[in-house]
Design a protein around this ligand. Structure first.
Ligand code: NAD
Length: 495
């Protein structure tokens, strides 16, 4: 049905409310500062958003603490919390068109994916944790007969969630789902580049009956509201998703304040290893292009380094090149568009800088490499592929966060593994081989939180998501994430 909607007309009619949600209400910030919210689709100002400061964060943390202390949420039976969160998930789906439009206007992704991916995945995440709450049992330790040791999970208290702009709603839901299900209160700081959907999520949660103060949202900049939240002495844990640079700061802030738990979900430079024994090179190339160019390449797990065996590299590169025209940048509000705009002008400059460094470093340009649709006023880049990339080049080592694929060539399996692991990151990887022994051997040798075999795009809320090395120490999704938002308490009873 989204093909029948006139999204431009709806966008023109949109009213933006950029004020924080604190203690169950929209309110202005203490100092009333604002910033312009610009759409990367055409450079148009969508509205003004509050620029939260330390005092606003403090009000939100106090509200969250008050809600936690009087047990208005954590004290409810799991089955009651489940009902509220299921209603929250249902309201997200009911608001699908509005949320999808906000997401597309705010960060530039194609409307068909905001509709088909971002909104449903957000609702599913909340609903999955809602369904889990009344199915999680605690433990009794196998101690001596005259003693009973109960091992129970308790909510931690106040969780600070700081999220990036590439999947604003989904990233928020990966923190909110487990944190709220476990009985915590949350203060969410969305990215200054894409704050709009988070504010609507907080309103929908209130409408679903989530008690006031349990879920607060303070929009603002990282070095202001974000830093204040991460440094706040009354925040018990930070669920952070973002760059490795800022993840490092999160650990410093925790050390400088109250040693709050820090869960970091950081950047990636994920490697795909294609062996000559794989029998469907066309599918491998299609999958790599699809995963690489999805979301304009602005995915932490984008398969941005493809390592291909020398004997099939020329053929593989031709196949990937042939895919590129399927990802032509176009108007994100057109329901047939598959490649949208980069999030802002700064990101456009960053990506174009990396493309220039690829040329200067001596990589061979295969396709793309240019800005596109400049007369739209938006920030678009062509799908870009470099061949003969050396692993020491910046385009092989650094996360670009744009539609730029680097192809490297190898001769032996050992060389491929060494190249894949020669990275500060370890988020995801993928092995393509028709031999189960090789696929399994290589998958075991790769230092990454997720390894795909003969595919790349599988993803489900039931499966943990997170990285090795400088890709972070957290795990989002699945019951592993639920555990992270609880503290284990042991109670010894004499019997
Ligand atoms: P970023 O690190 O610049 O910002 C992330 C969030 O941190 C934003 O809300 C920002 O305002 C805030 N922030 C920035 N400086 C801060 C500071 N000094 N103190 C407190 N908060 C601060 O990242 P980004 O550009 O928004 O997002 C892109 C990054 O996110 C990429 O590196 C990507 O790989 C990563 N990412 C990782 C995952 C994952 O699950 N591993 C998922 C999505 C994105």
């Amino acid at each position: 049905s989204n093909t029948q909607i006139d999204w431009h007309q709806r966008a023109a009619a949109l009213q933006i409310d950029g004020r924080p949600v604190i203690a169950g209400k929209r309110c202005d910030t203490v100092q009333g500062q604002r910033f312009d919210c610009i759409s990367p689709i055409d450079g148009r100002k969508l509205g003004e958003v509050s620029r939260g400061q330390a005092e606003d964060v403090d009000l939100a943390v106090r509200a969250a603490r008050a809600a936690f202390d009087d047990c208005r949420w954590s004290g409810r039976a799991p089955a009651q919390r489940k009902r509220v969160l299921l209603d929250f998930a249902a309201r997200i789906l009911a608001a699908q068109e509005e949320l999808a439009l906000l997401e597309t206007l705010d960060m530039g992704k194609p409307i068909q994916y905001s509709m088909a991916v971002d909104v449903p995945a957000t609702a599913r995440c909340i609903a999955w944790y809602a369904e889990a709450i009344d199915k999680v049992y605690d433990e009794i330790a196998p101690t001596a007969a005259n003693a009973l040791a109960l091992i129970q999970r308790e909510p931690m208290g106040v969780i600070g969630a700081i999220v990036p702009w590439n999947y604003p709603m989904i990233m928020a839901s990966w923190k909110l789902g487990p944190a709220l299900a476990a009985g915590n209160s949350v203060v969410l700081k969305p990215s200054e580049k894409s704050p709009l959907t988070a504010l609507r999520l907080a309103e929908l949660a209130l409408e679903a009956g989530l008690p006031e103060g349990v879920f607060n949202v303070v929009p603002g900049f990282g070095h202001e509201a974000g830093e204040a939240l991460a440094l706040h002495p009354d925040v018990d844990a930070i669920g952070f998703t973002g760059s490795t640079r800022v993840g490092r700061k999160m650990l410093e802030y925790a050390g400088r304040s109250n040693l709050k738990r820090v869960y970091n979900e950081l950047g990636g430079k994920s490697a795909v290893l294609v062996f000559p024994d794989f029998d469907d090179l066309g599918r491998a190339a299609r999958t790599v292009a699809g995963s690489m160019f999805f979301n304009q390449g602005e995915s932490c797990n984008a398969p941005s380094r493809v390592l291909v065996h020398e004997s099939i590299a020329d053929e593989f590169v031709l196949l990937v090149k042939a895919e590129a025209p399927n990802y032509r940048p176009a108007d994100p509000l057109d329901p047939s568009t598959v490649m949208g705009a980069l999030v802002d002008e700064g990101q456009l400059r960053t990506v174009m800088g990396y493309i220039a460094s690829g040329h200067e470093g001596g990589a061979s340009a295969v396709t793309g490499g240019n800005q596109a649709r400049a007369d739209s006023g938006g920030y678009f880049v062509e799908p870009t592929v470099f061949d003969h990339v050396d692993n020491s080049m910046r385009i092989a080592r650094e996360e670009i966060f744009g539609p730029v694929l680097s192809v490297l060539r190898f001769e032996t399996e050992a060389e491929a593994i060494a190249l894949a692991n020669d990275s500060p990151y370890g988020l995801q990887a993928s092995v393509w081989s028709s031999h189960i022994d090789r696929a399994h051997r290589v998958a075991r040798a790769l230092r990454a939180g997720t390894v795909h075999v003969n595919q790349y795009d599988e993803d489900d809320i039931t499966v943990p998501f997170g990285g090795f090395k400088q890709s972070g120490n957290g795990r989002d999704k699945s019951l592993h994430a639920f555990d992270k938002y609880t503290e284990l308490k042991t109670t010894w009873l004499r019997i």
